[in-house]
Design a protein around this ligand. Structure first.
Ligand code: ADE
Length: 248
């Protein structure tokens, strides 16, 4: 996968792309990152990339020309591959694990990160394929949001995570939140690990985990259960959980 990031603050990406799993992924050749300062594409002598809004009002608007030219320069070398061009903005569709899985299938992603009151609407209409928000809050720019997306997509690429870190059991991948985890010692300051986990009985352990996943999801994110098809056994557990719960 090729990942292009367009930003006027390219230095923000160094620490993130050059650490941990994101770094390992590029060392293994699973992904190639390129961060481009789109100010280089500004056509005026002061290299400005924003301008006042037509019709007046507060704030500046990111100009169309530097973004059109920058995106065209990134795709010029290989016209055959049509990249997903992702505009980071709070008005976009809310980012989810499902969207990360969809983007992980692509060969080329381009992220546009702006720092302005708005983007010239022609960028949205003619260049962008997706508009994504990472949540209902406003950041100072799209950089941090794009890093969140890059991180969640790259870890899904084949061979990026080893077996130990595998993503198949992630919360949201299975549709339920993860069960609690424990590691040694079996007793810490009087707090004990549940007996079943020490029992060596794998069938019982699986059952406990499955039940705890349901409990956690019910307690923290009951909305996730609306789109989840429960087994007969899980339905029964859910009824028990509801009986314990004062809300019902
Ligand atoms: N830019 C500013 N706020 C944002 C958000 N919540 N998500 C994505 N891009 C943004």
């Amino acid at each position: 996968m090729k990942i292009d990031i367009l930003s006027i603050f390219p230095e923000m990406f160094k620490g993130v792309l050059e650490s941990s799993i994101l770094r390992k992924a590029s060392e293994k050749g699973a992904v190639e990152y390129r961060v481009t300062d789109f100010r280089e594409f500004a056509s005026n002598k002061h290299k400005t990339v924003d301008d006042y809004p037509y019709g007046g009002g507060a704030g500046m608007v990111l100009k169309a020309q530097p973004i059109f030219d920058a995106v065209e320069s990134l795709t010029a070398a290989n016209q055959a591959i049509k990249p997903r061009v992702i505009l980071m903005c709070p008005q976009g569709e809310r980012f989810t694990q499902k969207k990360a899985e969809e983007l992980a299938q692509e060969e080329h992603l381009v992220f546009i990160c702006g720092h302005y009151e708005g983007y010239d609407e022609r960028i949205r209409e003619y260049v962008v394929t997706d508009e994504i928000s990472i949540g209902d809050y406003v950041l100072t720019g799209g950089e941090l949001a794009s890093m969140v997306i890059v991180d969640s997509v790259v870890r899904l690429l084949p061979d990026v995570l080893g077996k130990v870190e595998s993503h198949e059991q992630d919360s949201f991948s299975t549709g339920l939140l993860e069960h609690p985890h424990y590691t040694r010692p079996a007793e810490f300051r009087g707090m004990k690990v549940p007996d079943v986990l020490l029992s060596g009985n794998h069938a019982n352990i699986e059952k406990w985990r499955s039940k705890e996943m349901l409990r956690r999801t019910w307690n923290r994110r009951p909305d996730l259960l609306e789109n989840f098809s429960l087994t007969k056994e899980q339905q029964q557990w859910l009824e028990e959980l509801k009986k314990e719960d004062k809300r019902y």
